[in-house]
Design a binder for this molecule. Structure first.
Ligand code: URA
Ligand code: SF4
Length: 223
């Protein structure tokens, strides 16, 4: 694990990375995007939110989660006393897939090192995956979000909190919103240091629902 970079270095390096990604043409999504959506927020954030990929409005503005999903994300952040400027927001792929189709495996492969570098620079306490797509990808599992959510997982030297995508809550099921609110309480507990990563133990049990589970080797990014 690299050491935590001092704030200015981190900001400068994130800026340099963003400038590089701005012109990226490594995968076919470059052909149809309007703007690269690198990510935005506080380089010193305790928590990074990871969506799937930019939608139409994000593509037009070059910023993550600026549409309706973003508004709900901001509301949920507000309920735990945060604004979008306190956190960092990014996506698995930085360019919009045409017609919002799922990103393809080769596109994810082409793009994932940027997310890895963002995580390395920001060094958040928690990574929050929004929705099935990024949760399954980062936790390397086929388990759906409904089962995955509700706890924090050891992941890549920090905690990962999978929750629903805001778009799922916007479809109107009040249960989804309530579950997301519960997951945001978990996020708050991590930020406040009330829920911490456990040192690795050979027999770490994952039974208690409020405990940090370590279900598998959860490293997304093989080195
Ligand atoms: N949905 C996502 O997954 N990411 C965004 O940036 C916006 C909507
Ligand atoms: Fe580059 Fe990622 Fe955009 Fe593909 S999706 S062109 S890898 S920035």
């Amino acid at each position: 694990m690299t050491e935590v970079a001092p704030n200015e270095i981190r900001t400068a390096e994130l800026g340099a990375l963003g400038a590089k990604v701005h012109d990226c043409t490594v995968c076919r999504l470059a052909e149809t995007r309007t703007n690269v959506v690198f990510g935005a927020g506080n380089p010193d954030a305790d928590v990074i939110f990871i969506g799937e990929g930019p939608g139409q409005q994000e593509d037009e503005q070059g910023l993550p989660f600026v549409g309706r999903s973003g508004q709900l994300l901001e509301k949920l952040l507000g309920e735990i006393g945060l604004t979008r400027d306190d956190v960092y927001i990014a996506n698995v792929v930085k360019c919009r897939p045409p017609k919002n189709r799922d990103p393809r495996p080769d596109e994810i492969d082409a793009c994932k090192d940027y997310l890895r570098q963002q995580l390395e620079l920001i060094q958040p306490k928690a990574a929050v995956t929004l929705g099935n797509f990024s949760s399954k990808l980062l936790l390397r599992t086929d388990t759906g979000i409904t089962k995955l959510r509700g706890q924090a997982y050891e992941w890549w030297g920090r905690l990962l909190v999978p929750t629903f995508h805001p778009a799922a809550a916007l479809r109107g099921n009040p249960r989804v919103l309530a579950d997301m609110q519960a997951d945001f309480q978990t996020i708050q507990a991590i930020i406040e240091g009330k829920l911490q990563r456990r040192p690795p133990e050979p027999s770490a049990a994952a039974e208690e629902p409020d405990e940090v589970a370590d279900p598998e080797q959860l490293d997304l990014f093989p080195t």
